[in-house]
Design a protein around this ligand. Structure first.
Ligand SMILES: *Cc1c(COP(=O)(O)O)cnc(C)c1O
Length: 222
C-alpha cells in the first residue's frame, strides 16, 4: 500500500518551490484525496467532469480543482463556477463556450491552451498553427471572461527520454513565442503545465511551472 503522505513529502523535495504540484487523483477514492489533503496538498487534478463533481462535494471547500482531461462543451457549465484552472482547452469552440458560461456567471476562468506535442495521434490539443490563427482573429479578443494563463502538453509515452525532452522543449518554445507575440502585456500568461510521474524531472529541466502527478502519489491506477 502506498503511503500517500510520505510520497507527497518526497515529491516536494524533488520539485523546486517555484513549480506547482497538482496531485492527479483520477480513479482514486475520496479517502486517498483526504489523506493527501491532510499532508498539506491543496491542488488536485481530475480528467472527468462527472467524477470531479462527485468527489468535490465530499471534500473540503478550500481544495483547488484543476481539470486536466478533455472537456466536452455540455459539461462546461458544471465546472465554471469553481474550477481553478482548465489545463485542457483544445479548440477555439470550447474556449468560446467557456467564455459564454463564464460571462453568465460573471466569473473569470483561467485556462491553458493544450498543445499537441506527442507522436500519438490520439492525444488532444491545438497545433501551433491553429493557435496562431485563433489568436489573430477578432473573436479571440472578445473572450472577456477568459484568462489564458499559458500552455499544457503531454509528451509521448515512451522510454526514449531524448524524445520526451525534445517534445517538452518544443512546448516551452511555443510558450515563449506566444508570450512574445500575443501575451506580452498579460502578466498572468506564465504557466507551462508539463510533466507527469514518469517524466516530471525532464519537464522541470525544460521549464515546467506546473507538474501533474498521479501514480507517484497515489500508486498505480488499475
Ligand atoms: C493521468 C494524467 C496525469 C498523471 O499521470 P501519472 O502518470 O499517473 O502521473 C497527468 N496529466 C494528465 C493529462 C493525465 O490524464
Amino acid at each position: 500500500m502506498a503511503d500517500i503522505a510520505s510520497n507527497i513529502i518526497s515529491l516536494k523535495q524533488q520539485i523546486p518551490t517555484s513549480v506547482k504540484l497538482v496531485a492527479v487523483s483520477k480513479t482514486k477514492p475520496v479517502s486517498d484525496i483526504l489523506e493527501a489533503y491532510n499532508a498539506g496538498q491543496k491542488s488536485f487534478g481530475e480528467n472527468r467532469v462527472q467524477e470531479l463533481m462527485q468527489k468535490k462535494d465530499l471534500l473540503p471547500g478550500d481544495i483547488e480543482w484543476h481539470l486536466i482531461g478533455h472537456l466536452q462543451s455540455n459539461k462546461v457549465k458544471l465546472i465554471v463556477p469553481f474550477i481553478r484552472l482548465i489545463h485542457s482547452v483544445d479548440t477555439f469552440k470550447l474556449l468560446k463556450t467557456i467564455n459564454f458560461e463564464a460571462t453568465r456567471l460573471n466569473r473569470v476562468v483561467d485556462c491553458l491552451l493544450q498543445i499537441h506535442i506527442a507522436e500519438e495521434e490520439t492525444k488532444f490539443g491545438f497545433s501551433i498553427d491553429e493557435i496562431n490563427k485563433m489568436t489573430g482573429s477578432e473573436d479571440f479578443l472578445n473572450l472577456n471572461f477568459i484568462r489564458i494563463c499559458g500552455v499544457m502538453g503531454m509528451a509521448t509515452y515512451t522510454e526514449d527520454t531524448g524524445r520526451i525532452q525534445k517534445e517538452f522543449r518544443y512546448l516551452a518554445g511555443c510558450f515563449n513565442k506566444l508570450r512574445r507575440e500575443y501575451f506580452a502585456e498579460k502578466p498572468w500568461f506564465k504557466e507551462v503545465s508539463m510533466g507527469m510521474s514518469g517524466d516530471f524531472k525532464i519537464a522541470i529541466g525544460e521549464g515546467s511551472t506546473i507538474v501533474r502527478i498521479g501514480s507517484l502519489i497515489f500508486g498505480e491506477r488499475k
